[in-house]
Design a protein around this ligand. Structure first.
Ligand code: NQM
Length: 352
């Protein structure tokens, strides 16, 4: 016997995956995850029997519900689905998939749109981070076509603006979980920081690379990847994340001087594959480190000046602009642009 689960397949920023209404999925978490793994085709390196794209950025999903606590308008549960591993990890945030949550919720009939533009508070329930998201809704329907461009996505689309407050210590408990702007692990200087995403920053040069390599070339460098993983396993407990051997956090960002007029050069591992661009809250966290003198990023960055700054974080397919609001030297707000698109609406058959 099989039944069908309604599904909206969305691109959010530089990631994509299916979105579901929580009410359409089993309420028992183990049963729900078994269904989601079958839908995505995991565990299997090719995810050949499911919707997953066999890469971390395309093995993601979102689960939506409407909260009644008045704090947020929409709850978004992000799932990072293991590819070869039978695991749905709902621990971390994903700002890219978050960009698709509001249009998906309107498509799914969970929320109604305003005329013209629609702004709602979307809570990522993985960590409790709340973002104010604005999308275009002429005729009270999400508009996907438009002129906004983000690097890492070939075609322009309608803008999705995302504003974040209170992202400090999303999973690590505080912005600098060790209390230090820099630490040393195995003789390597690192900054351990979490402003929405736990990230270990390392100067690329300290690991013998320039930080300008193509992701494929970095992925092919087994020695570098082994070194990064050894450092990451030690960073995990220092960042209050415990044993991170099976976890997708912390991410690792190799930083270098900007080469294209931006604020900082980056190559980010998420955590085992090199990102073709950079994650959203990863970029917010890296930009935050860049404006904090004493971090390994600040040494190399061109961070600008003042309480309202726009930092262009360079990455393998272009740049990611993050607007930061500072008060007394502390980052208190972040804003950025994404785009999102409905790729398919339908239902997935599930054996029961
Ligand atoms: O940092 C990739 C992505 C992400 C996460 C990752 C993200 C974020 O590009 O908020 O968006 O770091 O695994 O979707």
């Amino acid at each position: 016997m099989s039944h069908e689960i309604p599904c909206w397949y969305m691109r959010g920023g530089t990631s994509k995956g299916p979105f579901f209404r929580a009410s359409d999925l089993p309420s028992d978490i183990d049963t729900r995850d078994a269904v989601l793994l079958a839908v995505m085709g995991s565990p299997d390196e090719r995810q050949i029997d499911g919707l997953g794209g066999a890469k971390p950025l395309t093995s993601k999903l979102g689960i939506l519900s409407v909260p009644t606590d008045g704090v947020a308008d929409l709850d978004f549960l992000f799932g990072q689905v293991g590819i070869a591993e039978a695991k749905v990890d709902t621990t971390p945030n994903c700002g890219n998939m978050l960009a698709a949550a509001l249009p998906a919720a309107i498509e799914a009939g969970l929320l109604t749109a305003d005329e013209g533009t629609t702004t709602r508070r979307v809570r990522t329930i993985n960590t409790g981070v709340i973002a104010e998201i604005t999308i275009q809704t002429p005729g009270r329907k999400p508009l996907y076509d438009g002129d906004a461009r983000i690097d890492g996505v070939p075609r322009p689309a309608a803008p999705v603006t995302c504003g974040f407050l209170d992202t400090e210590g999303s999973l690590s408990g505080s912005l600098l979980p060790t209390g230090n702007l820099r630490d040393t692990i195995d003789g390597v200087a690192v900054t351990l920081i979490d402003n929405g995403m736990p990230v270990m920053l390392i100067a690329a040069a300290d690991l013998g690379v320039s930080g300008d390599e193509r992701p494929d070339d970095l992925d092919a460098n087994g020695e570098l990847k082994a070194r990064i993983e050894a450092l990451r396993l030690k960073a995990g407990p220092l960042m209050n994340l415990g044993d991170v051997s099976g976890k997708p956090v912390p991410k690792i960002t190799l930083v270098s001087k900007p080469r294209h007029g931006g604020a900082l050069g980056t190559r980010t591992f998420i955590p085992h594959d090199c990102h073709t661009s950079i994650g959203v809250l990863g970029a917010v966290t890296v930009a935050t480190a860049a404006v904090m003198p004493g971090t390994v990023a600040a040494d190399l960055a061109e961070p600008g000046q003042g309480d309202a700054r726009k930092l262009s974080i360079e990455h393998p397919t272009g740049e990611f602009s993050v607007e930061l609001g500072l008060e007394n030297g502390r980052v208190v707000r972040a804003a950025l642009l994404r785009t999102a698109r409905l790729l398919m609406r339908g239902s997935v058959p599930v054996s029961s």
